[in-house]
Design a binder for this molecule. Structure first.
Ligand code: PLP
Length: 433
C-alpha cells in the first residue's frame, strides 16, 4: 500500500507516524488530532539548506520558512533551531515569531495590504526586510521609518508574468494578480525610481512568488531570469544595485500517489545554474538568494486523525462516512477540491473494498474531506487518517459551528509533545461579552 511519506508505516495493523502508533495517539489525545512529525520537518529543512549551499555557495543564500503554512510558537522555534529565516504575512504571525524569540533580522514581512500598525510593528521590532507590495505601502513605510529615525530594508514584490501550472486560486505571478508590481507596464520601474529620494528605506532586492503546489522546475527558472533582467535594467538605467533576490516558495508535495514532486535539491540546483548563467550574461554580480518554502517543509510531515461516527449508505448513490472533524479543521477540499489520501489508520491490514465519501460534521453540504475514497468496510469508532495535512490545515482552521480547534501533537524520536492544546468551549466564548 502506498503510504506517501517515508515516516509512515504499518505495525499490528495500525498506521504509525515517526514510529508512533496513530491509534494510541488518538486514544491519548482524542480526535480530531493533528500530528506533526518534527523529524521529517527537520530532515526537509536540512535538505533545503544543504542544497542551497551546495548549488549556490555557503553564505550566499537563505531558506526562509513561509510560516503561513503552519504557524505557532513551536514551529517558529523549530525554524530558529534549524537556522532558517522566517516569512510572515501578518501582524499575528510576526507577533508569534517574536514571542517565540525568533531573531527579527531573519524575518521577511509580506502582504498586499499591511496596516499602519503592522508596518510600525515591523519597524519597531527591527524586521530584516519588508517586502513592499504597492506604492501606498511604500510611502507610509518610508514616512513611519523617518519618524522613528530608522532605515528599513525593503524588497519589492514583483509579478514576473509567469504562469505556473497550478490551481487558478493560488496562481500569483501573472499581471492580473492582486500581489505586487507589474513589470510589463513599467510600474515596477517607476517605483524603483521613486525609492531614490526616500531616506527611510534601503532598497536591497526584489521578490517574486509564482504560485503554490508547482511540480515543474521551468517556471521557477524563467521567473529567476525575468527578475535578474529587471535587476540589470535598474542598475544600468537608474544606478540602483540590488544585492538580493527572493524567489519565493511554491514547490509541490505528494498529496496522492499520482503526485510526483522533484526532489527539492533538484529545484535549487537548476535554479542556481540559471541564475549564474544569466548573471554572467548580464554582467551583474550574483545576488544573495532567498527561497521561501512553506507547504513542502511542513505538509508531508503532518497527518490528521479522526474517529468515524455515523455511516450513511444511500443505496446505489453513495456511502457517507462522517468523521468528528471536517471543513473547520481542513477547509481545503471545500475551498479548492484539494486531493488527499485517506487511510483506515486502525485497519491497515484489511483490504480496501468499499467507496466512501468522507464528510465532516459541519452544517454545510460542501463539508467534505474527500470523495471516492476506497477503504475497508468501516465501522463507527474506527480511526481514519488523512495524510499530508501539515500545511494549510491548522493554519486555515476555524471555529465554524463553534467547533473547538483540535490540538497539535508533535512526534520526534518516538516521543510525543503537545505543541498546541485542544481548544475548549471556554476558549470559544472567551471574547464574547
Ligand atoms: C505562501 C507563500 C510562500 C510559501 O508557498 P508554499 O507554496 O507554501 O511553498 C512563500 N512566499 C510567499 C510570499 C507566499 O505568499
Amino acid at each position: 500500500m502506498e503510504l506517501l511519506t517515508e515516516n509512515l508505516n504499518i505495525e499490528n495493523g495500525h498506521l504509525t507516524v515517526g514510529g508512533v502508533d496513530t491509534v494510541e495517539l488518538a486514544r491519548e489525545y482524542g480526535t480530531p488530532l493533528y500530528v506533526m512529525d518534527r523529524d521529517l520537518m527537520a530532515k526537509t529543512a536540512r535538505e533545503y539548506k544543504s542544497a542551497i549551499e551546495r548549488a549556490y555557495g555557503k553564505g550566499n543564500g537563505r531558506i526562509l520558512y513561509a510560516s503561513k503554512a503552519f504557524c505557532c510558537l513551536e514551529s517558529c522555534r523549530f525554524a530558529a533551531a534549524e537556522g532558517l529565516g522566517l516569512d510572515v504575512v501578518s501582524g499575528g504571525e510576526l507577533y508569534t515569531a517574536l514571542k517565540a524569540g525568533f531573531p527579527a533580522e531573519l524575518i521577511c514581512f509580506h502582504g498586499n495590504n499591511k496596516t499602519d500598525a503592522e508596518l510600525k510593528m515591523a519597524i519597531l521590532n527591527g524586521v530584516g526586510h519588508v517586502i513592499v507590495d504597492n506604492l501606498f505601502e511604500l510611502e507610509r513605510l518610508n514616512a513611519f521609518a523617518l519618524e522613528e529615525g530608522k532605515r528599513v530594508r525593503i524588497m519589492f514584490r514583483i509579478k514576473p508574468g509567469i504562469d505556473a501550472h497550478t490551481h487558478d486560486y493560488v496562481r500569483t505571478g501573472s499581471i492580473d494578480s492582486k500581489f505586487g508590481f507589474a513589470l510589463e507596464n513599467g510600474e515596477a520601474y517607476e517605483i524603483a525610481k521613486a525609492t531614490l529620494s526616500m531616506k527611510g528605506v534601503e532598497f536591497t532586492g526584489i521578490h517574486c512568488h509564482i504560485g503554490s503546489q508547482i511540480f515543474d522546475i521551468e517556471p521557477f527558472e524563467d521567473a529567476a531570469e525575468v527578475m535578474l533582467n529587471f535587476m540589470a535594467k535598474i542598475k544600468n538605467e537608474l544606478g540602483i544595485t540590488l544585492t538580493e533576490l527572493n524567489l519565493g516558495g511554491g514547490y509541490g508535495i505528494k498529496y496522492t500517489a499520482e503526485n510526483d514532486p522533484v526532489p527539492y535539491g533538484a529545484y535549487i540546483e537548476k535554479i542556481s545554474v540559471r541564475v549564474k548563467e544569466v548573471c554572467k550574461r548580464l554582467g551583474i554580480s550574483l545576488p544573495f538568494i532567498f527561497m521561501e518554502p512553506g507547504r513542502s517543509l511542513v505538509g508531508p510531515a503532518g497527518i490528521t486523525l479522526y474517529t468515524v461516527g455515523s455511516i450513511k449508505e444511500i443505496k446505489g448513490i453513495k456511502n457517507y462516512l462522517a468523521v468528528d472533524g471536517g471543513m473547520a479543521d481542513n477547509p481545503r477540499y471545500a475551498l479548492y477540491k484539494s486531493e488527499y489520501t485517506v487511510v483506515a489508520a486502525s485497519r491497515m491490514n484489511d483490504a480496501p473494498e468499499k467507496e466512501y465519501t468522507v464528510a465532516g460534521k459541519c452544517c454545510e453540504s460542501g463539508d467534505l474531506i474527500q470523495e471516492r475514497v476506497t477503504l475497508p468496510e468501516m465501522k463507527s469508532g474506527d480511526i481514519l487518517a488523512v495524510l499530508a495535512t501539515g500545511a494549510y490545515n491548522y493554519s486555515m482552521s476555524m471555529n465554524y459551528n463553534r467547533i473547538p480547534r483540535p490540538p497539535v501533537v508533535a512526534v520526534s524520536g518516538g516521543s510525543k509533545s503537545v505543541w498546541i492544546k485542544r481548544e475548549s468551549y471556554d476558549d470559544i466564548i472567551k471574547n464574547d461579552i
